[in-house]
Design a protein around this ligand. Structure first.
Ligand SMILES: *[C@@H]1O[C@H](CO)[C@@H](O)[C@H](O)[C@H]1NC(C)=O
Ligand SMILES: *[C@@H]1O[C@H](CO)[C@@H](O)[C@H](O)[C@H]1NC(C)=O
Ligand SMILES: *[C@@H]1O[C@H](CO)[C@@H](O)[C@H](O)[C@H]1NC(C)=O
Length: 475
């Protein structure tokens, strides 16, 4: 505050003095003028030297009242950039002033356009003891950036350091186009970092979110289009192979809403990397190496049985896998699964429809872990439709697929091709094609498929023949 006021006051004073000086130059004689000039220079120099805190009373107006850029610098509001004193009130005041700043019309109904106002953390690290929230709903086009927020030892464990929330608002959407950028948020194992509730078009960009408690790093609830990108999230600061990995808890990102995206983001520790219970979300370039599956962790958990409609593409599941409950419309492609990481389809009501698991790479350590597995403890998958698990390349794991080809050679009247080592669903063959190649020169046997139960295709001939039988099936 002090620096800012001084900066404003000095130029004004100097301008007034310059005016006086020029009047003197025109009115007086040369010697008189020179003496006045010298005197004024001395006064001027003393003002500049002393920085005039007591000499000129500072203008009472806060910085944002000055015409010019709407940058709300939190140190000017008394925030302590060393992280020692509690800066909650100071930052809340800056947020309040930004919220009350001149508006530039409206965005969505009820949301004031703040014209690109910026709350600048000025590269400091601030101690926070209560959630940072705007005074109420109804603001948009604003940025908070450039510093570190750390939760105090008494920060409430069920809150978030930054909350875009207003429980009392009747608006359909409460905030729009709020950008949180270049922030390190250290939750001190007390709560979560960011909650975005019922907001539209929110960006979380280049943030490092750590030490969240057994809660969410980021919670996105209702609203839509929260874009989380180029960010790093981990409960514990580790680079993998952590001794305490079995104890990792919490969820790095919890998407309880639709139409969001997580792109180019790393999740380096948490019990669950991304929990999704809303539709039409896109995950791309997400690298999960949070708690390993072997220790009870999950990379990405899709908890929307019956209507999933999510896409996971070009991502990296590193010793931790994907779980999808009754997936209906799900795409998983272009993704690398390392360290026996696999995809588990978990039956709730036995439904799996419109699922593409294609063009991925799987790598394991020859323990026979299947790349895609079924959990049918609740109920068997009975409603299976348009499921394509195919064209995945597999190294050191057991392939599972919904499309398979094989052949058997034999001499006799019956050929059996067993697909149980490959097919994903037990006892399910929806389509068969086969070719019988008879090697006896003169034989033209009559042949037919007799049985496709238990993922075994049985082909029989009317007479003994030496033949190879080629079969293609899909589920
Ligand atoms: C895991 O947590 C338990 C119980 O809180 C604790 O006793 C143990 O030391 C922790 N292990 C590691 C490796 O941090
Ligand atoms: C096929 O089996 C028949 C008898 O079952 C035998 O006579 C014939 O030599 C066998 N052919 C070949 C190529 O093994
Ligand atoms: C088909 O094969 C199964 C065993 O795989 C058997 O239980 C069933 O009876 C067979 N069906 C027919 C029509 O032969």
């Amino acid at each position: 505050m002090e620096t800012r006021k001084t900066q404003v006051a000095v130029p004004v004073l100097l301008a007034i003095m310059t005016l006086i000086v020029s009047q003197v130059a025109f009115a007086g004689k040369d010697s008189l003028h020179e003496r006045h000039m010298a005197e004024l220079q001395v006064v001027k120099a003393s003002l500049v030297r002393r920085n005039l805190p007591g000499f000129v009373s500072p203008p009472p107006t806060p910085p944002q009242a000055v015409p010019g850029p709407r940058v709300y610098q939190v140190i000017s509001y008394g925030a302590d950039p060393t992280g020692k004193a509690d800066s909650t009130d100071a930052i809340l005041k800056a947020m309040e002033d930004a919220f009350d700043g001149p508006d530039h019309g409206v965005l969505m109904e009820g949301i004031n356009d703040l014209g690109g106002a910026r709350i600048d953390l000025q590269g400091g690290s601030y101690l926070i003891s209560r959630p940072l929230r705007f005074p109420s709903a109804g603001a948009g086009n604003l940025l908070i950036s450039g510093g570190t927020l750390r939760a105090s030892d008494d920060f409430p464990v069920d809150k978030y350091l930054i909350e875009l929330n207003d429980e009392s608002s009747k608006l359909q959407y409460i905030f729009e186009y709020i950008t949180l950028r270049d922030l390190l948020i250290d939750c001190n194992y007390r709560g979560g970092a960011i909650a975005v509730i019922n907001s539209l078009r929110t960006s979380i960009d280049n943030c490092y979110i750590t030490r969240f408690g057994d809660t969410n790093g980021i919670l996105v609830q209702k609203g839509h289009e929260t874009y989380i990108r180029n960010s790093f999230l981990g409960q514990h600061i580790t680079a993998g192979g952590d001794k305490g990995e079995r104890n990792f808890s919490g969820t790095a990102v919890n998407l309880v809403g639709n139409d969001n995206a997580i792109t180019d983001t790393v999740i380096f520790s948490a019990a669950i990397g991304v929990m999704i219970s809303g539709q039409a979300n896109l995950l791309s370039g997400v690298h999960c190496y949070n708690k390993a599956t072997g220790f009870g962790g999950t990379g990405i958990y899709l908890k929307l049985p019956g209507l999933t409609q999510n896409r996971i593409v070009n991502s990296y599941l590193d010793y931790t896998g994907i779980v999808a409950e009754d997936p209906v419309q799900l795409q998983i492609s272009g993704t690398f699964f390392l360290g026996d990481a696999f995809i588990l389809l978990k039956s709730i009501n036995g439904v799996v429809r419109g699922v593409n698991i294609v063009d991925n790479m799987f790598s394991g350590s020859d323990n026979g872990v299947q790349i895609v597995q079924l959990d049918q403890t609740n109920k068997a998958f009975e409603n299976v439709d348009q499921v394509v698990v195919d064209r995945n390349n597999v190294n050191g794991m057991a392939t599972r697929s919904t499309v398979a080809k094989a052949s058997v050679d034999g001499n006799g009247t019956s050929w059996t091709v067993d697909f149980n080592q490959v097919l994903l669903f037990p006892n399910l063959i929806k389509h068969v094609q086969y070719t019988l190649v008879a090697r006896d020169g003169g034989a033209f046997p009559i042949h037919a498929v007799r049985n496709v139960s238990d993922n075994r295709v049985v082909v029989q001939t009317n007479a003994p023949v030496t033949a190879q039988v080629y079969v293609t099936v899909d589920q």
